[in-house]
Structures are given as structure tokens and as C-alpha cells.
Design a binder for this molecule. Structure first.
Ligand SMILES: NC(=O)c1ccc[n+]([C@@H]2O[C@H](COP(=O)([O-])OP(=O)(O)OC[C@H]3O[C@@H](n4cnc5c(N)ncnc54)[C@H](O)[C@@H]3O)[C@@H](O)[C@H]2O)c1
Length: 253
């Protein structure tokens, strides 16, 4: 097993990419602490990974809350005596250009996506420094590299996550901590369905997005989870500071 005996924290573990990664990590031997503001979703994920012989725990709260981040990381580490992997998958988008996005929506998107990366890394890094090992996996987006329409706060936040990932990778490389970002294309999750649902003709936007991928299809959360597993495992021992597309050829096309 590729994560045998390891402890992982996955934010956004109650749905989509975070859930699929939690199931995959647990199947590879990791204990997975699931963090989400959706307690029902996180508990459902816990049942799923237990069904497959894995184990984990659930913490419910807002990833943008500094106290919640600090206490959760500390509690998980005290209970498990180590922290090997942090994956920050909690996030959401609100849609809108810079003109139509309200200041409140802008702040909320940055708080969850960027704050939800920074605050958790801030709590996890000192523990990983003491261990002299650790892997942090952040969630960017192919849109952070390519740009995109009508989603300015989200795309700007994902761009910030790319920069944050690279700077953390450099700052902590000599401490044995690897920091990498995933840049998924459109992945079949509730987030994607909500984002199409904001448009006047969701079906037309969905089809245009599908066609924009070189593979002419959307990705599955499990396909992102496989890439996350690689970055979390010792197989990626010489890989840090990368932004790994899992995008069906979107960025290449
Ligand atoms: N689905 C895609 O097409 C896609 C593409 C590129 C990047 N991403 C990124 O991947 C990550 C996971 O997305 P997904 O598609 O699995 O979405 P999802 O909506 O299925 O899951 C996101 C989870 O994060 C949780 N969450 C959101 N904000 C939170 C907060 N403030 N505090 C605590 N929990 C919070 C939600 O409750 C949900 O369970 C996100 O960062 C997203 O931006 C997704």
C-alpha cells in the first residue's frame, strides 16, 4: 500500500474531488481526517472509506476560520502522533465578472479557496518541519493558467493558489516538505453542476465546456484522486512546486 501508516487531512472531504481522494488514500492505508462545513457529506465519506476497510475522522467547520484550522490540525496530530499529508480541496466559485461580483462574494471565495489553503498549510508546516517530511497538495484549476470567462473571483483565487504553492515549495523544500498543486479541468462534481446552473442555458455551456477539452469529455473525481495519490506518496519524492494538470488536454489544446 502506498500510504501505509500515514495520516492525512483532506479539506473538502465531504464531496467531489476531496471525497474521492479520501477514499483512495484510505484504500492505500492512510488514516484520513475529513474536514468540511457539510457534516453530513463528510460523515458519508467516512462511511464509504470504512466500507472499504479504511479509517478516518470528521471535523466540521469553515476552512477560512483560523482557529478551526489551527485546532483541527493540532488535534489530529496529537491523536495520530504525526501528519504526513495535507490536501486542501475545499473551495467554491460564485461566478461573475469583476463588475458583477459583489465585495462579499469576492471575500467569501478568497476566504475559502486562498484562506483555506494558507491557514491549513500554516498550521501543518511546523509539524511537518519537526518530522522533516510531509506532502501538501493544493487545488488550483486549469483556469488559473488558461484564464476563463465570468468567474473572476474564483480564477483570481486559483491563480493565488498557484503562486502560494510555488512559494511554499521553495520555502520548505529543505525541510523535507513537498508542496504541489493539482490543476483539474472540468470534473463531474456538484461544484461543476452548480457552475453550469448559473447560466441561462446550462446545457449549452456544459456542451461548450466538454468540447473545449481535447478528450471531449469531463474528468471523474477518481481521476484527480489518482494524481493526488501520486503527489501524496513517496513516489513523488523529487517532485515539488509543480502545477499538475488533470484536464483531458485542456491546456494543451
Ligand atoms: N469540479 C471541477 O471541475 C474543478 C475543477 C478545477 C478545480 N476544482 C477545485 O477542486 C476542489 C474540489 O472541488 P469539487 O469539484 O470536488 O467541489 P464540491 O463542491 O464537490 O466539493 C467541495 C467541498 O468543499 C466544501 N467546502 C466549500 N467551502 C468550504 C468552506 N468554506 N469550509 C469548509 N468546507 C467547504 C463543500 O462543502 C464541499 O463538500 C475545489 O477547490 C475546486 O475549486 C474543481
Amino acid at each position: 500500500m502506498r500510504l501505509s501508516g500515514k495520516t492525512a487531512i483532506i479539506t473538502g472531504g465531504g464531496s467531489g474531488i476531496g471525497r474521492a481522494s479520501a477514499v483512495r488514500f484510505a484504500a492505500e492505508g492512510a488514516f484520513v481526517a475529513l474536514v468540511d462545513r457539510d457534516g453530513d457529506g463528510a460523515r458519508e465519506t467516512l462511511s464509504m472509506l470504512r466500507e472499504h476497510g479504511g479509517d478516518g475522522s470528521v471535523r466540521v467547520g469553515d476552512v477560512g476560520d483560523p482557529t478551526f484550522a489551527a485546532t483541527t490540525v493540532a488535534q489530529v496530530t496529537v491523536t495520530r502522533r504525526r501528519l504526513d499529508v495535507l490536501m486542501t480541496a475545499a473551495g467554491f466559485s460564485c461566478g461573475g465578472t469583476v463588475v458583477t461580483t459583489s465585495p462579499e462574494d469576492w471575500d467569501a471565495v478568497f476566504r475559502a479557496n486562498v484562506g483555506g489553503t494558507w491557514l491549513w498549510a500554516r498550521a501543518a508546516v511546523p509539524i511537518m518541519q519537526r518530522q522533516k517530511s510531509g506532502a501538501i497538495i493544493t487545488l488550483a484549476s486549469q483556469l488559473a493558467v488558461a484564464g476563463g470567462r465570468g468567474n473572476s473571483a474564483y480564477i483570481a483565487a486559483k491563480g493565488a493558489i498557484v503562486s502560494l504553492t510555488r512559494t511554499m515549495a521553495v520555502d520548505f523544500a529543505e525541510d523535507g516538505i513537498r508542496v504541489n498543486a493539482l490543476a483539474p479541468g472540468a470534473i463531474e462534481t456538484p461544484l461543476l453542476r452548480r457552475s453550469f446552473g448559473r447560466h441561462a442555458d446550462p446545457q449549452a455551456v456544459r456542451e461548450a465546456s466538454r468540447q473545449r477539452h481535447a478528450m471531449k469529455r469531463f474528468g471523474l473525481p477518481e481521476e484527480v484522486a489518482n494524481a493526488a495519490l501520486y503527489l501524496a506518496s513517496d513516489e513523488a519524492g523529487f517532485t515539488t512546486g509543480v502545477v499538475l494538470p488533470v484536464d483531458g488536454g485542456w491546456l494543451a489544446a
